[in-house]
Design a binder for this molecule. Structure first.
Ligand code: ZN
Ligand code: ZN
Length: 265
């Protein structure tokens, strides 16, 4: 399994917002779609027509705004790349309704071949290459995080936007890779992160350490951390509290994830 960090920023002035591609062979799953998923994938020479599943964690624009454009562009790309498999969209039922509304707003004249899978905290769905289980986040709107597991081994846990809480800690328990929200350091963003229910670097690091996670990849970083020296400060704040490997998601490069242990890619 490979994971591509396509969008790792909290605000669009810094770069593409939250979006990851999980490439697991026959399953290509997007974890949130950011603002311009077609372009993000094009930078890796991956056509949208090869994406099989889309998970929408919650309805904020930095995670969901690109959805209608993804469906439209994926359809259009078939002329260039050949037929795409049916797209399966996974979210809580309220957010599926919002995604359907986005398609109706932008493309009232068209129908797209999309399957809609409603999930809730505790749901598990089987994809071809792994199982996906969902857990509740603690954010300003209802949201879901996801655990990707194979043979009961947790390969990737994606927190989405959330305060540190028991459901996230439990989900992260023993994960190979935690894709963990990281708004900034407590010194820079502690007050705003608390008010808007986000994790700071220290929160994410302490959660990962207590959950026995092997590797973390911070995302949802705020603007100051586009500068590499400030991002190094952020990573140092994680390293002071987390003893595993820390993956800098900038620049975007695919990360190999195996169940056997850390450092095997
Ligand atoms: Zn949010
Ligand atoms: Zn967000």
């Amino acid at each position: 399994m490979r994971i591509f960090p396509l969008g790792v920023w909290a605000v669009s002035t810094s770069g593409e917002t939250t979006s990851f591609l999980v490439d697991a062979g026959s399953t290509r799953l997007m974890l949130d779609v950011g603002l311009n998923p077609g372009h993000s994938l094009a930078t890796h020479a991956i056509p949208l027509t090869t994406v099989t599943h889309v998970f929408l964690s919650h309805s904020h624009s930095d995670h969901m705004q690109g959805f209608a454009n993804l469906v439209f562009t994926r359809d259009a790309q078939q002329r260039q790349h050949g037929p795409a498999p049916r797209l399966n969209v996974i979210a809580c039922s309220a957010d599926l309704g919002r995604a359907q509304s986005l398609l109706e707003i932008f493309y009232p004249e068209r129908k797209f071949d999309v399957d809609w899978t409603a999930v809730a905290p505790g749901s598990t769905i089987g994809l071809n290459d792994f199982e996906m289980t969902f857990f509740a986040t603690e954010h300003t709107v209802p949201g879901l995080g996801a655990v990707l597991a194979r043979n009961s081994s947790k390969l990737v846990v994606y927190t989405s936007d959330t305060a540190a809480c028991d459901s996230v800690r439990e989900a992260a328990e023993g994960a190979h890779l935690l894709v963990g929200e990281c708004f900034g350091t407590r010194q820079d963003f502690g007050a705003v992160a608390e008010r808007l229910k986000h994790m700071c670097a220290e929160d994410m690091a302490e959660l990962a350490q207590s959950a026995g996670v092997l590797r973390v990849m911070p995302f949802h970083m705020h603007t100051p951390y586009t500068a590499s020296d400030r991002r190094a400060d952020l990573i140092n704040a994680i390293a002071a509290r987390f003893s595993g490997e820390i993956l800098d998601p900038v620049p975007s490069r695919p990360i190999e994830v195996h169940s056997e242990g850390a450092g095997d890619d």
